[in-house]
Design a binder for this molecule. Structure first.
Ligand SMILES: Cc1cc2nc3c(=O)[nH]c(=O)nc-3n(C[C@H](O)[C@H](O)[C@H](O)COP(=O)(O)O)c2cc1C
Length: 217
């Protein structure tokens, strides 16, 4: 296909979607944002491979700078793999993680730039700034990987699952156990499943109002 035809097609895909839908309705916004809670307890309803694929196939469309996509994911599901994760968890996060059908280890790859030309062929030379500059690559990978982790939580909620993010773990232990021999590092964990309401111990906590934390200039 010629470049012009590809451009026409790309624009048509956008306009076709806009013709179909202008915005999410209130129920969808409630599901993904307003009524979505962090879950501490999960029912035994399993999360299938198909669901994990469906979630990733949404997450991958979330934007990252220069389309770099540095997030790397391990979905921990088997009891054996959960046991490997257990020693790294803060005590308060152990039980809920053992019960959750899936725990995602959201990691990031500081050597993501090796794929720069694949992911950003329009300006491949922009990847050169990361070569031999570990601090820059690390910061960039962590920033974009964190964004992708947030996309993961929203995608899981969008397909009807519940999530519980966790920063309470020892990253060095997770890295040694799950990412040994690779440059990948862990960022945060996220339990995924169907929330058991027994784990909800109170109402939604305070959120800042617009005027407190936003300005329009
Ligand atoms: C990245 C991330 C890390 C978190 N770490 C933990 C954790 O280690 N343990 C825990 O019980 N909750 C953890 N939480 C849950 C937050 O405390 C919770 O989202 C917050 O109190 C707001 O509650 P809500 O999502 O129900 O409104 C984490 C949430 C996120 C997004």
């Amino acid at each position: 296909m010629s470049d012009d035809a590809q451009l026409d097609l790309a624009r048509k895909r956008i306009s076709d979607v806009r013709d179909q839908i202008a915005r999410l309705d209130n129920s969808a916004l409630d599901l993904v944002f307003r009524e979505a809670r962090s879950h501490n307890w999960f029912t035994d309803k399993p999360v299938t491979d198909e669901q994990l694929h469906e979630i990733y196939d949404l997450v991958k469309y979330g934007s990252t700078s220069s389309n770099t996509q540095p997030m790397r994911l391990i979905f921990v599901r088997t009891p054996e793999a959960k046991e490997r994760l257990k020693p790294a968890l803060m005590p308060a996060n152990v039980e809920k993680t053992m019960i959750a059908p899936v725990t995602a280890i959201i990691g990031y790859d500081p050597t993501f730039w090796e794929d720069f030309a694949l992911n950003y062929p329009i300006r491949p030379e922009m990847g050169d700034r990361f070569k031999g500059n570990e601090a820059v690559a690390e910061k960039f990978a962590f920033q974009m990987g964190t964004l992708q982790g947030a996309y993961l939580m929203l995608a899981a909620r969008a397909v009807g699952l519940d999530t519980g993010g966790m920063g309470g773990f020892d990253p060095a232990k997770v890295d040694a156990e799950f990412f040994a021999g690779t440059p990948i590092k862990s960022n945060f964990l996220c339990n995924i499943g169907y929330g058991d309401l027994e784990g909800i111990k109170g109402p939604r906590l305070h959120r800042y109002d617009f005027d407190k934390v936003c300005s329009i200039i």
